[in-house]
Design a protein around this ligand. Structure first.
Ligand SMILES: Nc1ncnc2c1ncn2[C@@H]1O[C@H](COP(=O)(O)OP(=O)(O)OP(=O)(O)O)[C@@H](O)[C@H]1O
Ligand SMILES: O=C(O)[C@@H](O)C(=O)CO
Length: 420
């Protein structure tokens, strides 16, 4: 293994794995920290954790465990992948995990760059934009678990860390080469080991990627990994072999627990001509709806040749109402548990294509399926690859981050993760 990555959620892990695979690295996404050793052909290993919204101490402990395993596999560089919208609270978890990984790797400095221009996330003067809006006016300020109320990533990260936060502005990024390397060194020398770097286009990320070739630790969204495979290729370390993946075949289902603006539109688009089962937190908590009932309904639809959608997607007012009535953690827990159980029951009964919407939801589903590693297939939309794993035969998956994907994503993804 040349490059190891710790991702703080499951869709984020497949987003990064997609970038590394497209860059020509043999990439495997691991579900949690494996106990054995990585397969011999694994050039990039991405450990998917579900640490974005848990207690800080737990997130740090799990991230250190994953990073130690990756370092034991021989990786030369470690990437800490978080969300391109920097999903976190004032307490963490990005800052504390990044500082713990600095200590673990002994890195003097690490870049902090959530930019992902292909999905509209750009960083300029330390401020994060989503499309043409500042992060805190993009809808992310209403996120159910990590409302992002400040677009200044330097300030937000500053709340989370013990040390000081540095910044490399876009002009310096454009200079590249020795000037950029020197800028990172100067920040480190001034005691600012975590350095926010501006990037507004893929070209900026390629320059940054080259400049940080020798950094032990890299942190960011998947964009920061764009230029990393080329560094290994330049040292003739990549096999550059096309991966041959098995094809999943069988019934399909879409499970969406994401309430993002994009997911709301994608669910509506899928229901226009498709069939769906809407579930709500109150029905789950009262026992009026169960995973068994939902899976039975899906099986009936599948037997009629339909791949239906089960969704809890709701507008921000309904989400806030449910959280107030039942508690935030209880609501999320009930919904995630439900989707995990539905996925497991369906996969046990022969569903071979599962498309999931939402990072937390994807984590719950993949954990419930108890699969250990995922191979990376073709890109469905920016940041979302088709995945295939073995669960008594090939199982095709797509794990869509809340705000990713075109309006027709769900139908397209079902077609790309396997055949009916
Ligand atoms: N109707 C609902 N009411 C309240 N909470 C909900 C409802 N539907 C889903 N949720 C919860 O909201 C959270 C959505 O998070 P999830 O990560 O799956 O989607 P997302 O935040 O849009 O995606 P991402 O993390 O990839 O950006 C989950 O914890 C889910 O259980
Ligand atoms: O970076 C992103 O936006 C995604 O990979 C993600 O982390 C979504 O949860």
């Amino acid at each position: 293994m040349l490059l190891g990555a710790v991702a703080d959620d499951f869709t984020g892990a497949s987003d990064l794995a997609n970038t590394l695979a497209r860059g020509g690295m043999q990439t495997i996404q691991f579900v949690g920290t494996p106990s054995g050793t990585a397969p011999g052909d694994c050039e990039a290993g991405v450990v998917a954790l579900k640490t974005r919204s848990i207690a800080v101490a737990d997130a740090v402990r799990q991230s250190l465990e994953a990073a130690s395993w990756l370092l034991d596999q021989g990786c030369r560089q470690l990437v800490f992948k978080y969300c391109s919208t920097f999903d976190s609270t004032r307490e963490g978890n990005i800052g504390p995990v990044a500082e713990a990984l600095l200590d673990l790797t002994g890195a003097e400095v690490a870049v902090v760059c959530p930019a992902f221009p292909r999905t509209g996330r750009r960083l300029f003067m330390g401020h994060l934009f989503v499309g043409d809006r500042l992060l805190n006016e993009s809808g992310m300020e209403k996120h159910p678990l990590t409302p992002m109320t400040d677009a200044d990533i330097r300030r937000w990260l500053g709340y989370q860390v013990k040390g000081k936060v540095g910044h490399v502005p876009l002009g310096l990024v454009h200079e590249g080469g020795a000037a950029l390397a020197q800028a990172f060194a100067a920040e480190a020398a001034a005691g600012r080991r975590l350095v926010v770097a501006d990037a507004v286009e893929d070209g900026d990320l390629m320059i940054l990627g080259k400049a940080i070739a020798g950094h032990r630790l890299v942190t960011g969204g998947s964009g920061i990994a764009l230029g990393l495979p080329a560094n290994f290729r330049a040292e003739s370390l990549l096999a550059d072999r096309a991966a041959e993946l098995p094809v999943a075949q069988g019934a399909g289902v879409v499970l969406c627990g994401s309430c993002s603006i994009a997911s709301q539109q994608q669910v509506a688009a899928y229901l226009d001509g498709g069939e769906g089962l809407r579930i709500g937190p109150a029905d789950l908590l009262s026992g009026h709806m169960t995973a068994q009932v939902a899976a039975g309904w899906v099986r009936e639809r599948q037997q009629a040749g339909v791949a239906p959608i089960v969704y809890s997607t709701a507008d921000p007012a309904s989400v806030a109402g449910a959280q107030q009535a039942h508690g935030k953690a209880e609501t999320a827990g009930a919904i995630e548990h439900f989707f995990g159980d539905v996925a497991r029951l369906l996969a046990d009964a022969g569903t071979h294509r599962i498309v999931v919407g939402g990072g937390e939801t994807s984590g719950a589903v993949v954990e419930a399926l108890a699969v250990s590693d995922l191979r990376i297939g073709a890109e469905i939309d920016p940041g979302v690859p088709a995945l295939v794993t073995d669960r008594g035969g090939p199982l095709g998956l797509a794990l869509k981050s809340g705000n990713f994907g075109s309006r027709d994503f769900f139908a397209k993804a079902l077609r790309q993760v396997g055949t009916a």
